[in-house]
Design a protein around this ligand. Structure first.
Ligand code: DAK
Length: 259
């Protein structure tokens, strides 16, 4: 069945897929069905050999204004436990291919957390990032206290989480939360441009490098370096390593196959 709350373009450009969150009336509030559709689409694209990089966007007004407050409002702790929504987020975390968030307008609460779950963030000058859960009597629940703190440091993260204040794209750039800021009409094309550069590399090396960078968050330096080394060695078993190095020696552009 076609998804209701997302639009999927598996080949928006060669080797690049685009998923658009599509609940515009609700500023792309992330209800349970949307998150399941997103998880399923990302898993399918992760298995699609044609796809090397994925761009995730909302629309001009909102990337996503958070989890769906109307859907959550009447829930009990046991309802939350039984629906186990974290498994959806955990599944997205396991996607091996790089995901670029293209953010315009609001990226709040779960929307900010979803952008941070992606590997890079390209933002429009209009983007606003925030963890405003404190204003509705709760706190971030999908990584906001952890990923935000690791990205921007304790001082700003604490202020955002405890006051609910939003930061602009420029502030987010200065704080190290995002990769770049572009004029409003360019946020998507700039994300595609970044995706194209990644898609030109060996897809195998890209996946293993992503895995190794993410390992830095969960391990000591020694463990992380060990993990990096294993992936580095492993890539010498690939055709792409032979092709990449041979192409350099022959002064030509490599043709990577992901094998
Ligand atoms: N949920 C549901 N509806 C929302 C929404 C949201 N988060 N955000 C906006 N909407 C709806 C509004 O209710 C309104 O609907 P109607 O009244 O037209 O029916 C429509 O979108 C347009 O919104 P506004 O009229 O409010 O538009 P404005 O431009 O005036 O204001 C705003 C934009 C973004 C400042 C405002 O809408 C706002 O403050 N929205 C709420 C932002 C927020 O508090 N976000 C955090 C939500 S809590 C978890 C995973 C994640 C989470 C929790 C658990 N697990 C895995 C268990 C995450 C939690 C959150 O994100």
């Amino acid at each position: 069945m076609a998804p209701e709350f997302i639009i999927v373009h598996p080949q928006v450009l060669p080797h690049i897929a685009h998923i658009q969150l599509n609940r515009p009336q609700e500023l792309n509030a992330l209800n349970l069905q949307l998150m399941l559709e997103l998880r399923d689409a990302l898993r399918a694209l992760d298995e699609d050999e044609q796809v090397r990089c994925i761009v995730l966007s909302g629309n001009e007004k909102a990337f996503a204004a958070g989890a769906d407050i109307k859907q959550m409002a009447g829930k009990t702790a046991i309802d939350m436990y039984n629906t186990d929504q974290f498994s959806t987020w955990d599944a997205i975390k396991k996607i091996k291919k790089p995901i670029i968030a293209a953010v315009s307008g609001f990226a709040l609460g779960g929307g900010c957390e979803l952008a941070m779950l992606c590997d890079m963030i390209v933002a429009s000058e209009t983007a606003k990032f925030g963890q405003p859960e404190i204003k509705i009597g709760v706190m971030p629940g999908a990584g906001g206290t952890q990923r935000l703190t690791r990205a921007v440091g304790k001082a700003l993260a604490m202020e955002m989480v405890l006051t609910g204040k939003f930061i602009t794209a420029e502030e987010a750039l200065r704080a190290g939360l995002i990769n770049r800021v572009v004029p409003p009409d360019l946020f998507l094309s700039e994300a595609f441009r970044l995706a194209e550069t990644i898609a030109q590399q060996s897809p195998l090396a890209v996946k293993m490098a992503k895995e190794a960078v993410l390992r830095a968050f969960d391990s000591t330096l020694e463990e992380g370096l060990h993990f990096e080394r294993k992936n580095f060695y492993l890539l010498f078993a690939s055709d792409d390593q032979k092709e990449g190095m041979q192409a350099f020696i022959e002064k030509r552009t490599p043709v990577f196959t992901g094998k």
